[in-house]
Design a protein around this ligand. Structure first.
Ligand code: COD
Length: 298
């Protein structure tokens, strides 16, 4: 069982993983810092696409040693995205990373029908948290890509995340489908979807995990809370993955954990041809580094 995000490092070095990473709009000191760390420990070979002068200025100022890195000089952001995405599309790079560019701008490139990274399945965002008050790492999805997923989307989002957790060695991750309450209320769509997902899991329509829901946040993460409410569940209090009802709830929870609970987080977009590191500008350098590790493992 993984308890810390730094455990990812151990798994990567055990499997001797080395990936080529394409950074779109490379003049971003925070991304460069994280990439430099991953480069120095031999996990990534970077291709830096962006304003080469500005990028080299940052590298020089910070004293980074990027001797083996490839630089592609491009000033236009959209073109940078296109070049980076095409490198991954053509398997010349195995990780796409967002630099100093807006998330929707990058995602539109990723979803481009000709040269994007679509696979026919839904792309979704997967965030893995280390929270001091929880007994293991906990994943949360989707907090950054799918705005208002319907039932079909939620099935794909669960499958993407479960596939990743299975790869991490968790054979049957426990998935809590969140609602505002733990009872089905016909006026609350999230609770209806949760009940359907649970039943689909029981009938083996969604495999390799144990799904329960609706669960309110407290009983998803606390045995005691579940016990107090007399909830009998194989998931309650021991959740590996929290499925969010929509992007607003997910994004607020993500930021609450980081800013109020001082949680550590790593995140990656799954379901594309290759993993995408899509951290936000406010994420710490450590978080960006751990996200690269998460992508390298995917
Ligand atoms: N996976 C696969 N294909 C998708 C997905 C997805 N998640 N989302 C859209 N598509 C496909 C659609 O099927 C369609 O073919 C095409 O892409 C365009 O679909 P639209 O018109 O619904 O999507 P866009 O281009 O307007 O927007 C897609 C975004 C991912 C950019 C949009 O959903 C978005 O802005 N998401 C939130 C991103 C964000 O702001 N995150 C920041 C939070 S920190």
């Amino acid at each position: 069982m993984f308890k810390k995000l730094s455990d990812l490092e151990r798994l990567i070095s055990k499997n001797k993983i080395v990936r080529t990473l394409a950074l779109a709009v490379s003049q971003d000191q925070y991304s460069l810092n994280a990439i430099h760390k991953a480069y120095k420990v031999g996990i990534v070979n970077p291709i830096l696409i962006g304003d080469e002068v500005l990028t080299r200025d940052i590298i020089k100022e910070k004293g980074y040693d990027f001797d083996g890195a490839v630089f592609i000089n491009e000033l236009d952001h959209q073109k940078c995205v296109e070049i980076a995405v095409k490198l991954v599309h053509n398997d010349e790079a195995q990780i796409l990373m967002k630099g100093k560019v807006a998330t929707p701008e990058l995602l539109k490139g990723v979803l481009n029908k000709e040269w994007g990274l679509r696979t026919g399945t839904l792309l979704s965002h997967f965030a893995l948290f280390e929270v001091n008050t929880y007994h293991k790492l906990i994943a949360i999805t989707d907090v950054a890509m799918n705005i208002a997923p319907n039932l079909k989307d939620k099935i794909a989002i669960v499958n993407n995340s479960v596939g990743y957790l299975n790869k991490m060695g968790i054979a049957k991750p426990k998935v809590a489908v969140l609602g505002a309450i733990e009872m089905v209320n016909e006026s609350m769509q999230a609770t209806l979807d949760a009940a359907l997902l649970s039943k689909m899991n029981q009938r083996d329509q969604i495999k390799n995990c144990i799904i329960d829901g609706p669960l309110a946040f407290d009983n998803a993460v606390s045995f005691e809370s579940a016990k107090n409410k007399n909830i009998k569940s194989a998931v309650a209090g021991d959740t590996d993955l929290l499925l969010m009802p929509d992007i607003e709830v997910g994004n607020v929870l993500y930021k609450t954990l980081v800013f109020f609970a001082k949680a550590k987080v790593a995140s990656v977009v799954l379901g594309a041809k290759k993993p995408i590191v899509l951290t936000s500008r406010s994420d710490s350098e450590e978080s960006k580094y751990h996200s690269i590790l998460l992508a390298a493992l995917a």
